[in-house]
Write a protein that binds this ligand. Sequence first.
Ligand code: AVJ
Ligand code: FE
Length: 439
Amino acid sequence: TDRSGTEQLREHIASTLQRARQRTAALTDCMDEAELVAQHSRLMSPLVWDLAHIGNQEELWLVRDVGGREPVRADIDELYDAFEHARPDRPQLPLLNPGEARGYVGTVREKVWDVLERSPLRGGELVDGGFAFGMIAQHEQQHDETMLATHQLRAGPPVLSAPAPPAGDTAVRGEVVIPAGEFTMGTSTDPWALDNERPAHPVHVPAYAIDAAPISNGQYLEFVADGGYDRRELWSERGWEHRQEAGLTAPRFWERDSAGQWWRRVFGVRRPLRPQQPVVHVCWFEAQAYATWAGKRLPTEAEWEKAARYDPSTGRSRAYPWGDTEPGPAIANLGQRHLEPADIGAYPAGASAAGVHQLIGDVWEWTSSGFHPYPGFRAFPYREYSEVFFGGDYRVLRGGSFGTDPVACRGTFRNWDHPIRRQIFSGFRLARTLDPREA
Ligand code: AVJ
Ligand code: FE
């Protein structure tokens, strides 16, 4: 019946919000006061800012807007408005201390349980299908991934641990050919899809080949060993300028010892570089230089999404590469179950209809595309989520990483960042255009 459907949705929302909060707590309870207020990198906020910002967004949208309740702390809105204060300036603000921030997010969440209990979850665009609750769960998980990146930047002994991801399969390699044709990009029906994923619209994609798997450390190491970082001709003008200025010589967190052995620092632990693991912590300019070296290019956003979602047997686009069912542990490396990408070929059950592997999870994948609205885009519920970033100096990333929760990851989900950024869990795969005889 309708009623039990609504109750099921309410339970789904509650468990999704709870999962986010457990992760937020795990990322902050392992740190002492000094570490929570410290700035571990100028690229990031102090963790205590993310924590109270999570609560503040939840208060704005669920307590005040959906719930119509009195503000909990209207006086702190400005401190936690990401557009008012840039990340490097946040440590100097009169922020809530860790104890106050924990108390604040707890108070807000208590009110949200009451708002959720009373909401019909229909009868208005913001609450239909539980949208605002889903948006806030996604927001918390996005900040949890950002906090995870802060953990990776932090110096000192490890505070996080997790089991190793599953083993790979060396047979997964090479390219998959996708014939020319139209497919449906974006969605008009996924109830928790964010504004930039909407609406569904047809896109004609010329024939192309796309890598069956992300580029591995081993492949990337060949580029490094072949002088990739010193060959001006492999880099774009802006890319080379950045490579020079930032002194790039390898992906972030790679280290080479005096014997020539490569290591990777992973959440405070130094480990031998695994050649069969997807490369992570590269910027868009590095991905582009690698592509030039390899004689290929990054996929467009449409190419990435078609490889992930298009099912030639029905002509329809699915929610995920493997179909329309939610991701579980056997299908994709998501949700910080592991603290690194899984080896190439570790998730055969997660391959797309076309046979492309590991599109969801492991590493965010850089595309060649800038961040633009789809035809028919409408900002909802606020311009500052997506609209103000359209047309800026951003490149779109797809697919989510080992640090992305399933609620914030699907075939239509769009992430974006500046082309120089690499503290995010970013990797890539390559594509190339096929001429009609090859296709
Ligand atoms: C979509 C990941 C680029 O972290 O800047 C968080 C998500 N928006 N709070 C970001 C977001 C507002 C956003 N990204
Ligand atoms: Fe935010």
